[in-house]
Design a protein around this ligand. Sequence first.
Ligand code: HEC
Ligand code: HEC
Length: 450
Amino acid sequence: MKTLMGVALFGFLLVGCSTRPPAIPAASTAHSPRAPQLSEAPTGFVNNGTAVVDDQAHQADLAKFEEFEAISDGLGPLFNAQSCRECHQSPVTGGVSQVTELRVGHKGPDGNFHNAEIPINHGSEIIKGRSLVNQRAICPNAAFPAVDILERAPASETIRTLRSSLSTLGDGFVEAVDDATLMDISKQQCKQDGGKICGLVLRVPVLESPGETRVGRFGWKNQHASLLSFSGDAYLNEIGITNRLFPDEVTNLCNTVAEPNDKAGADGLADIEHFARFIRATKAPGRDPRQGATPAAKAGEALFDKIGCGICHVHTLATAAAGTVINGGKFMIPEALGSKTFHPYGDFLLHDIGTGDGIVTAMEEHYGKRMYQIQWNGLSLEAYRASANRIRTAPLWGVRMRPMLMHDGASLTFRDAILRHRGEAKSVTARFEKLNQADQDAIIEFLKSL
Ligand code: HEC
Ligand code: HEC
């Protein structure tokens, strides 16, 4: 698979999606005749697991995901919330929330995006290497009354945006999709319609397997491919808990607990392993059967495909077979996740639909301060730069649980979200605008069923 996705292919994806793609050996896709019999992934907003682990273990993982961290556990010094559940909660733990995060940066003289430089503690330290601005801090406090570390975006950081929380439910199925499947979707898109719609594939580091990369699929910018990597990233950057994948604090000012804060417990698992296993055992978000059965929603579903929404919001994906080893050799797909079809209404690829915020994924923030000590196989900085104005197609499963839409949460109705689609989606949006009122409404009734 590595040879498939070398620098040459990136070149093709970046410089001209409209040119004919180079011949690519047949990839094993969801529809491969060699694939074993596929079955439907279980759905529903319940926290009782998909048999990745037994229910008792799942409840233990759930408790970790819901646990509130204190200063004595290593919370902060800079952080956004005390528990994963604070931002991943609705309608059940692991789901979504209205919490948004702040990201800022600036354009350098070279024309490229540069990470923020945020002075803290009256300028005694400058936080670099991130675009995230943490919105909470543990000090000043009784022990450190004069240490003032809260981050605030300086005026010089002229690129600013909000990023809304995402649901993690069903993400075990997304993780279990073969790289080749996502690359194949991109290839098919880029061939249609003169390449107007052409999803960018981004290879990202798999932190638990230093040197290995995989096709990114998680986060608004596809910054991760592995749920363990994402959990390590979130534990440090959201909660301030250092862990084996992220052993370095963002700042050592008013830090009192030795690193890494997250250590293996009596069961041999660190918290980040519990988080990843919790997410892998969640069911896919289920549709609202009552809404889905209405004539309008049914008509809307057909129109959704007819006008081309489904080119990016892909209905159905399939996972690789059980026993397939992914994440750089560190995770074997279990029976419960292997050979499953699921309906994310997303392609997990990056597109420029005119909503991009110009922010390039911050390497040290997402992959750790030591990432440059490692040679990552197939990592392309040009591909990252090209993603500045691209956003992952928002998977629409469970979208009825999100009252604030798009990466910045700035679209408050489905219609507004649809009309914001420009760029690659321009002709699809134009087709939506040409529909009569009843047909436009039908598409929205369909979205309300997801
Ligand atoms: C302060 C709010 C907040 C907290 C706390 C938080 N998250 Fe998140 N989470 C987010 C936001 C915002 C995103 C989207 C991030 C992005 O791409 O910019 C996200 C995305 C994710 C995703 C990717 C989902 C997808 O389908 O793409 C995973 C996985 C995840 N978080 C896991 C965790 C875990 C595990 C924890 C606890 C260690 C955690 N999060 C704590 C806000 C939070
Ligand atoms: C070229 C690919 C593409 C096409 C075509 C497309 N979308 Fe999207 N869609 C995206 C991307 C990318 C986002 C996320 C953009 C952002 O957050 O800035 C998105 C976001 C959305 C959202 C917001 C979801 C959320 O959770 O915030 C909705 C709703 C949506 N699309 C519906 C539609 C509908 C309906 C159509 C057809 C009229 C359509 N899209 C066509 C790529 C596409």
